[in-house]
Design a protein around this ligand. Structure first.
Ligand code: HXC
Length: 287
């Protein structure tokens, strides 16, 4: 699908790019020729990731920055432009999350997650957007949200649900407002993709994990490569007319709310067929 040089003219910042899905996207982007900046809070993670990414032969640099700090984010964007001579793309991937009953949340817990997810994405987007506008350059912003950012929200992850819903609103609002500057904004809503960050905080044990798996029609978790391919497509010149879109990649998990979907878990397919046949025959005999 992609040529090796699909992203060769790009300089892309990935927040939280030192691990998890951020690092997987970074690997895909360098493989397609992009120069990459990654940022995060932990120096060691960033250094290790940069070493791995350097194998692909493009320019890769790391910046130790907490996305919650508006001024520091501004300094980082200016430094990236100085280091790489330009910046063409931003992936707002850094996130925080934990399971909690909402009545027991502390104000600090709520604020921390919303600060990372929503304010962090705003801080990066605002500085990068202004750079693009001032330099009269086109650019691309990709926001990693979740399936519960839209529609239903989700119990037990209230700060994340509120933060991600805000990021999705930002994606669509700015896609319209900044289209005249040649800036595209899109989002990806991933279902469950195993990462250490999410798994240790959101999946307490194997039983819990199995329960979760049962609600995914595809019967498996997502593979990082699958999400990275989608991200590369949206960040590339292959998608110039797509903006303000949120693409779900979840093996059908989001569809589990269908009114009669619960029947699927009640019995196996043969029994189900038998039951439906019986109902049909009963319906006929009552005519
Ligand atoms: C309740 C908690 C908590 C927990 C922290 N807090 N963990 N409250 N339950 N498990 C509260 C603390 O009491 C404190 O509030 C406040 O949050 C800040 O805590 P710190 O530990 O000081 O914050 P910090 O070190 O900055 O950690 C941030 C974090 C942490 C968000 C809490 O989880 C983190 O660093 N996460 C980064 C990686 C991550 O979460 N990845 C998963 C993203 S997955 P008080 O009031 O006491 O000061 C994702 C997609 C979901 O988003 C979809 C998956 C299917």
């Amino acid at each position: 699908m992609f040529k090796d040089n699909t992203l060769e003219n790009d300089v892309i910042l990935i927040t939280g790019g030192g691990s998890g899905l951020g690092l997987s996207m970074a690997k895909k982007f360098v493989d397609l020729g992009a120069d990459i900046a990654i940022c995060g809070r932990t120096e060691e993670k960033l250094k290790n990731a940069t070493e791995k990414l350097a194998d692909f032969g493009t320019n890769v640099r790391w910046y130790q920055v907490d996305v919650r700090d508006y001024e520091k984010v501004g300094e980082m964007i200016r430094q990236i432009v100085a280091d790489f001579r330009k910046m063409t793309g931003l992936v707002n991937n850094a996130a925080g999350n934990f399971l909690s009953t909402s009545e027991d949340l502390s104000p600090g817990g709520f604020k921390t997650v919303v600060d990372i997810v929503l304010h962090g994405s705003f801080n990066c987007t605002h500085h990068f957007g202004n750079y693009l506008i001032d330099s009269e350059s086109d650019g691309n912003i990709l926001n990693i949200v979740t399936t519960y950012a839209e529609d239903a929200g989700s119990a037990f992850v209230l700060p994340s649900a509120c933060g991600k819903a805000g990021v999705l609103a930002m994606t669509r609002s700015l896609a319209f407002e900044w289209a005249e500057y040649g800036i595209r904004l899109n989002a990806i809503a991933p279902g469950p993709f195993p990462t250490e960050g999410a798994w240790t905080r959101l999946f307490p044990d194997e039983k819990f994990e199995q329960q979760y798996l049962n609600k995914i029609p595809a019967g498996r978790y997502g593979e990082h490569e699958e999400l990275a391919n989608l991200a590369a497509f949206l960040m590339s010149d292959m998608a110039p007319y797509i903006t303000g879109e949120c693409v779900t990649i979840d093996g059908g998990e989001k569809l589990s709310g269908g009114q009669f979907n619960f029947i699927d878990g009640m019995m196996d397919r043969q029994k189900l067929k038998g039951m439906f046949k019986m109902m049909k025959e009963k319906g006929k005999s009552e005519k």
